[in-house]
Design a protein. Structure first.
Length: 254
């Protein structure tokens, strides 16, 4: 995506992927301070451990406790979280309901970003996780409530966001093995984008509900990160088209 954005903006830049283990994270982050480096994206499992290695955090990143975007300026590194606004933009594109109850599945870094985003947008949020104590802690910290999967008021749910890793590279895995009866207006949004069609999405469509995978969120958060690095405002359509090409070719770092 970012390579396409550089080309669209007429910027001579490069975006590459690196696999970094926990032991190598400090050295990798230190390398971002070199002249000419604009910043970096981070994925699991580093989103919650990298803040300690940075000079500053945006208010959103500090509240969420997770960083997916590092911005380099004058030798200093600032952490941001573009997952939260990226999710809201993707939900707006999907015409997600704004009333009713919103459920976030999961309690990790992605779930924290989702709960933060939805609460900032005024949603009534219920956190559902297999480990109830983690759901309770997340809800207490960021606002909202927690429930067991077995006791959640599913029929009142108009937005269901999967922020867990269930379904990631495993299309037959689901965070809800038994799909619950949601409000007929509900949108089911799965942050997972590989595979494009998870079991959760298939179950939602079989129930007559609208369902979207995480490609839209991925494109929007990437666009926000690119703007933070370069100041260039590239249309999200450029990122989405690059994603389609990447999915077709199997490019691991669009």
């Amino acid at each position: 995506m970012h390579r396409a954005a550089f080309a669209h903006a007429g910027i001579d830049g490069e975006y590459t992927a690196r696999r970094v283990g926990a032991a190598g994270l400090p050295e990798a982050v230190a390398g971002l301070r070199q002249p000419g480096v604009l910043g970096a994206n981070l994925s699991l499992p580093h989103k919650e451990s990298v803040p300690a290695l940075l000079d500053d955090l945006t208010p959103a990143a500090r509240a969420i406790g997770a960083v997916n975007t590092v911005i380099h300026s004058g030798g200093r590194l600032r952490g941001d979280n573009t997952d939260a606004p990226g999710l809201l933009a993707a939900l707006a594109d999907a015409d997600a309901p704004t009333g009713g109850l919103s459920v976030v599945l999961g309690a990790g870094g992605a779930a924290r970003a989702a709960v933060y985003a939805l609460r900032q947008a005024g949603h009534d949020v219920l956190v559902v996780n297999r480990t109830h104590a983690r759901a309770q802690a997340l809800a207490a910290e960021l606002g909202g409530r927690a429930a067991w999967p077995e006791t959640a008021p599913w029929s009142a749910v108009t937005l269901l966001v999967n922020a867990s890793s269930a379904g990631l590279d495993a299309p037959d895995d689901s965070p809800l093995p038994t799909f619950p009866p949601l409000d007929p207006r509900a949108l089911v949004y799965d942050m997972v984008y590989r595979p494009a069609e998870t079991r959760l999405l298939r179950d939602a469509r079989a129930a007559g509900l609208r369902a979207e995978n995480g490609l839209g969120m991925l494109a929007h958060q990437a666009r926000l990160a690119f703007t933070a690095w370069t100041g260039a405002d590239v249309p999200v359509a450029v990122f989405l088209e690059a994603l389609k090409v990447a999915e077709a070719t199997g490019d691991p770092a669009p």
